[in-house]
Design a protein around this ligand. Structure first.
Ligand code: PXP
Length: 236
């Protein structure tokens, strides 16, 4: 399985002080060096983490693939057609949400999604729809011209270790099998952690996982001890 690393939270940290550190491009290159198969960023309407310039710089410098997560708006479509990332993942977006809540509702607006996807695919971009594994959403996604879906693993992640876990993993398995049958390629992501990710291997259709928060959270602890020691060395 491939790993796309979402580096939005590096940008969040950078933006907290308004400067350039931690450097997003450096972080992306380090992820690639460590084996990431692609770098994912979500360009939000409010630009709360990644900004337009980041997307352009990443597209120019990455050796793997840039996966741009974005909402279905005219503004984002224009940026995508200008920058031409290798991958786009279309996500629902609400201004007040902390992170992407729930999947895209494709079933209620297949024609709209189809029209939105068309110029992107014609520009050579591989388009994915971030959806829940519900049958009606998977069937609708297969009618839009998008080549991929990304299954929302949030419910599985929340259910992990509880009585609901089996139900949620089975839901993902069924959604992935149906998607493949309908000619879609399948990725997955959201809320995956070092503890719960192993069950994704039970879903043979999965091509790539997109993981962000838990990797960045672990990176803080893997680096904190050395960071404190290095500072201490400079002042004793
Ligand atoms: N996939 C999509 C479509 C997302 O919106 C996100 C969160 O930005 C992720 C994957 C990664 O989720 P997490 O940060 O919880 O690993």
């Amino acid at each position: 399985m491939l790993l796309g690393v979402n580096i939005d939270h590096i940008a969040t940290l950078r933006n907290a002080r308004g400067g350039l550190e931690p450097n997003l491009i450096q972080a992306a290159l380090l992820c690639e060096k460590a084996g990431a198969d692609g770098i994912t960023v979500h360009l939000r309407e409010d630009r709360r983490h990644t900004r337009d310039n980041d997307v352009i710089e990443l597209k120019n410098i990455l050796k793997t693939r840039l996966n741009l997560e974005m909402a279905l708006t005219d503004e984002m479509q224009k940026i995508a057609l200008d920058v031409k990332p290798e991958n786009i993942c279309l996500v629902p977006e609400k201004r007040q949400e902390v992170t992407t809540e729930g999947g895209l509702d494709v079933a209620s607006r297949v024609e709209f999604v189809k029209d939105f996807v068309k110029p992107l695919v014609e520009a050579g971009i591989i388009v994915s729809l971030f959806i829940d594994a519900d049958k009606e959403q998977v069937e609708a996604a297969a009618k839009t011209g998008a080549q991929f879906i990304e299954l929302h693993t949030g419910r599985y992640s929340e259910a992990w270790g509880t009585a609901q876990e089996e139900k949620e993993i089975n839901h993902l398995k069924e959604g992935a099998a149906l998607a493949k049958k309908l000619g879609l390629k399948v990725n997955a992501g959201h809320g995956l952690t070092y503890e719960n990710v192993h069950r994704m291997r039970e879903i043979p259709e999965l091509i790539e996982l997109n993981i962000g928060h838990n990797i960045i959270a672990r990176a803080v602890f893997d680096g904190l001890e050395k960071a404190v020691k290095d500072m201490k060395d400079l002042i004793v």
